[in-house]
Design a protein around this ligand. Structure first.
Ligand code: AMP
Length: 544
């Protein structure tokens, strides 16, 4: 017997309708790419998104078409997402930090028909234009006054282009499982892999993200996504903020410490989110200028492991609660968040930090398990590592065009490629990427744990650990260090610093000092390049 409830499909544009109806005047403040701060609200953004949808419709963009965006976080980019989804087309965010050839490869793989771009990326697109045969039109997110001369095909300034029509348009209607958005993974191996979010998965993910033990967002919040809209679906914020009626502050192209600081205080931001490198810049700025954060209540930190010292600095020096989060593009992207459950509420100081450095517990809608290589489930004892596998309604079931083949196991779980522990209260702690974990004599060593330990040394700026071939143990850890500016570190001092803090057999077999460690387009350490670089490295212990 079926329930007798209304069939109200979960469509993303209903989120914007809701915001425009019940929170019409809630502010959306952006640092525009042209420079000035621009203030708008949900009612006006909806009206302009409707025009954009009508204009796309006039250009023949229809259900299932892909529209690329190469843009910073601004109100125009937000309008673009909703306008694109509102005709049943698919917003396809592109990460400008990728190599130009990768961008071209991804645009061609996705077969984007329109490219919406900020002024910033016009030179890049002009160089690539000959290699992007599927693009029929470039829409530059600016007005005629700021529009430079360009040879880009059918290029138009956004404001005049949407100005050609009014907002008398009805959102298209379709099944809730229709694709809404697309984001390629930052994977460094194989061909490009597109993750295709549906309207249903985006709406459910927004509800999940808003939950009190997740982002805990409400109409009383002012949220600033410093995390770009092109990184992992903007961690859901472009959808969760309007769903909850939270005010938005969009930082545009300037993500440096002083610029972020200015927006946080000027616009009374209560919650913000980004990767650790952004917060490192902010904390350095705060420290150098004796800054304060009187309005900020919570900061969500994820994308890579949040260092313990960062959690401590935010909480102890600035009275800002850190929520350490984990997720991935394939998960829309939230997988777990580190709010404190009652079981840990009695903890304070270092004991509380021991819990906060973990990546948190999954919200409703994310099922987790850890397994060994043979697929056997591992105990939730906070010690045993396993491959982390997940299942849920906002988690990918396959990649666009079937790249990578079958990605779920026989129980419908997706292997995240991360290695983790789970404790008795369901807190997950990432110990490594499965490709990066060091397999020494059949046992696993966490490269992340060694890196976190090494960066705790006062003279270390950055650390990476990779497994290097060893005749007896298969692999042993090699520690690669970038010292802080003008500091010298002796190898033995560093190893002595680490001694006693980890199992003896985890100690790196050697340390090398470099000027720079390579990073991916999303700011993660590029281990694949390091492994290549140190492929023939001979450890001093290899002769034993
Ligand atoms: P992406 O899809 O580019 O966001 O990358 C997802 C990957 O980033 C995950 O599979 C993890 O390896 C890593 N990651 C994300 N958040 C964290 C975190 N809080 N701690 C450690 N690794 C993380």
């Amino acid at each position: 017997m079926l329930g007798l409830m209304q069939d109200w499909p979960l469509l993303c544009h209903k989120i914007l309708d809701h915001a425009a109806t019940y929170h019409p005047k809630r502010s959306i403040v952006s640092r525009s790419v042209e420079g000035p701060i621009v203030a708008t609200n949900y009612r006006d953004v909806r009206s302009r998104a409707l025009r954009l949808a009508k204009r796309l419709d006039k250009d023949g963009i229809k259900l299932g078409d892909r529209v690329g965006t190469l843009a910073w976080n601004t109100w125009r980019h937000l309008e673009a997402w909703y306008g694109i989804m509102g005709v049943g087309a698919i917003y396809h965010t592109l990460n400008p930090r990728l190599f130009p050839e990768q961008i071209a490869e991804i645009v061609n793989h996705a077969e984007d028909r329109v490219m919406m771009t900020d002024l910033t990326f016009m030179p890049l697109l002009e160089k690539l234009a000959g290699k992007l045969p599927t693009i029929e039109r470039y829409v530059v997110l600016t007005d005629a006054a700021h529009m430079p001369a360009t040879k880009l095909k059918n290029a138009v300034p956004y404001e005049e282009w949407i100005g050609e029509v009014d907002d008398d348009f009805r959102w298209a209607s379709f099944d809730e499982n229709t694709a809404a958005g697309m984001c390629y993974t930052s994977g460094t191996t194989g061909g490009p892999k597109g993750v295709l979010y549906s309207h249903r998965s985006n709406v459910l993910h927004s509800m999940i993200a808003a939950l009190p033990d997740a982002m805990g967002l409400s109409s009383r919040d002012v949220i600033m996504p410093v995390v770009p809209m092109f990184h992992a679906n903007c961690w859901g914020i472009a959808l969760t903020a309007p769903m909850t009626g939270a005010a938005l502050v969009m930082p545009g192209a300037k993500l440096d410490g002083p610029s972020v600081y200015e927006l946080l205080n000027e616009h009374k931001v209560s919650i913000t989110a980004a990767v650790p490198t952004v917060w490192l810049m902010l904390l350095q700025h705060l420290e150098a200028n004796k800054g304060e954060l009187p309005y900020l209540e919570r900061v969500i930190i994820g994308g890579s492991a949040c260092p313990r010292a960062m959690i401590k600095a935010f909480q102890d020096s600035y009275d800002v609660q850190v929520i350490h989060a984990w997720g991935m593009t394939e998960m829309s992207p939230l997988g777990s968040l580190g709010s404190i459950k009652p079981e840990y509420a009695h903890l304070t100081g270092e004991a509380q930090l021991d819990i906060q450095v973990k990546q948190g517990h999954p919200p409703f809608g994310v099922e987790m398990k850890i397994t060994d290589d043979a697929g056997r489930e591992q105990p939730w004892d906070g010690k045993t590592f396993g491959r982390l596998k997940v299942r849920g309604p906002a988690i990918a079931s396959s990649y666009f065009k079937g790249e990578g083949g079958q990605i779920l196991d026989e129980h419908g779980f997706f292997d995240t490629g991360d290695v983790a522990t789970l404790d008795e209260h369901g807190y997950m702690h990432i110990t490594d990427r499965s490709k990066d974990v060091i397999k020494s004599g059949g046992e696993w060593i966490s490269s992340i744990e060694l890196e976190n330990l090494a960066v705790g040394h006062p003279d270390v700026a950055e650390a990476a650990v990779i497994g290097v071939r060893h005749p007896k143990w298969d692999e042993r850890p090699l520690l690669i260090i970038v010292p802080k500016k003008d500091r010298r570190i002796a190898k033995d001092d560093l190893l002595k610093f680490m001694e006693g803090k980890i199992a003896k057999w985890w100690m790196p077999d050697d340390v090398v000092f470099v000027n720079e460690i390579p990073h991916t387009a999303t700011g993660k350490i590029q281990k694949i390049t390091l492994r290549e670089q140190f492929r023939d490295y001979r450890l001093p212990t290899a002769a034993e």
